[in-house]
Design a protein. Sequence first.
Length: 679
Amino acid sequence: MKPASGERPVDLLHVAWLVRADLRQGQPAGDAVPDWFAQWWLVDGWREYPLWPRPAAEQRQTLLQLLPDWPRYGCFGMPQALWYLVQRREDLRREFDVSTQRGLWHGIAWFFTHGLVGHGLMDLVDADTLAALDETPPFFTLPPVTLTANANAQPALTWLMFFVWRSAPQLQEAFDLHTADGQARYLHWFLFDAVHRLQLLPLLAPRWRAWLGQALTSPSQPGASASRAALMLWQRRRDLQQVFDLNQAQGWAGLAEWERTVRQTEGALRWLADDTTPALPAAMPAVAAQGPRPFGLNLIGFAFGELGIGEDVRMAAAACEAAGIPFKVVNIHPGDHLRQEDRAMDAHVGQAGDEEAPYAINLLCLTGFDTVRVYLERGLGLFAGRYTIGWWPWELPVWPSQWQSAFALVDEVWAATQFTHAMYTQAQHASRKLAGKDALAPVPVTLMPLPASVARVQPVSRRKLGLPVQPFLFLYVFDFNSYLARKNPFAAIQAFQQAFAPDDQTVGLVLKTMNSQPDNPEWQRFVKACAADARIVLLDHTLDRGAVLGLIKACDAYVSLHRAEGFGRSLAEAMLFGKPVVGTNFSGNVDFLTEETGFPVKWKRCAVKPGEYPFVVPEDKAWWAAPDIAHAAVQMQAARLAGADIAYCARVQHAAHELFAPQRIGLLMRERLEAIQRA
């Protein structure tokens, strides 16, 4: 086994561009990565994904370069990073208009006093910038006083101090910097409040620490001394004045001892300690070197997620257990909008302190798109040194051209059905043909069926589910998040109403969904269609896994007039209960839903319209099936008759248990994994 995962050339910036649809804001993922996104990565992206190395210093250093064609004031003007931030943050545009002189000054002041800290850019400040910030602005009317001219005099204020004052109207009201008293009071506030509170120490020239730490002697008490910092605090704090009488030598000694005692805890003094300069993050997080890993699988997926793809990783674990394949489950968070209460994998998910992925082979039970997201969020640590397989579901007969880079993240793809096997093979062939001699070698595509099981069923009565007790019930279970156009529940309603006369009360249709969106017009139209027929029951809520299986068992037949399915797990589960299944004779379910095992429905090819399915663009020429409603009605009538045939239902159930058995799939998995291990 020679893993290539983590070693294939991957454009990290392009990977981030693919994943961050929230930043693209409708711009197609296949477009070239724009300059602003490259700047996002330099400013914010590397901090959002800390397991990746920081961009090279020379790349990030460009962020402080001043843009031409903007006003400049000595060493200061419009830095590239500030221009990017103003373009990307609406709150900044509201706060200051950089097209005006006043707004530009405000923006520059904000950038140095808040922007550098807030966006992790402090490490960009070089010696030249530090020196410029320590100079005195020419517009201060008081003459500057140098440290060498008078060791006891107050130094002149600097650009950094001016920027802090300029960034807050309340400071401008509190301190008049055109008066000596205003400057003195402001300097005290800046050194003993702003430096600590605004985290400005990396921008402060070393001379200020030396100046504050200088020992000053008492003019009236020979030998008595205290640091300038302690004396400045004493001058403005009544509590210190009441405790330490500087007319007495012991008062000076007590003040000096107090300053030494509280330097590490007093906010006003803490930054004067030698070890208070914030440490910068490591330039490149190291991936720990590992020896040969043991045979076994790291099953990576939505282990707790209550959705179909979450069941994929749970069933993969069942297959591993049945075939004696060592495994550990790596849970991936699917998003806060999805319920994650399926705890069947609790015992197999690593605990704190355990190695997350200890085995030699990764098996990603995720989409190719989520694989890219995991790569970005988890870094090379989860991929390097392991052979990585993507057991990727996908519903369309074409792969989105924008996401070809996903193949670079895996060493092999497992296809659950002949449908997806053909698609993945063709996708890589087409990509290689377009890329020419620069194309990556295609990764192997192995046909590996998905297991299915109904062992976790919790039997439940129709009455408890809120269903009518007597009629013959067809059921369709779907997730609104899986896109209504693909799941096509309107077709199930139309076929049902065409198959059975409106006055036929001996039959009903149950439509079970979850993750609905009340404000979505398509959902509202769907609810209205259901309400128009009293024989249709709409169940719109999330059920536990066992309860969903109990619902399938409680109904008499299953119908799925989908436009496309990568596998068709709910159809397989209905067959495992011996239920007659009516389904579109297209895509993944064709492998197991035949005229002998169910009631396939004829279809015609139709284009996927814009917005009907994620990631596809017009250039992909994506298509799927439009089921024949009239034929579906005929098949539903036949399924109703078959539901009364005990022998037929037993035959379907037996065939399904043999086909989807975790034991059978586990042995197929083990055979392939051992071949990989030997290679």
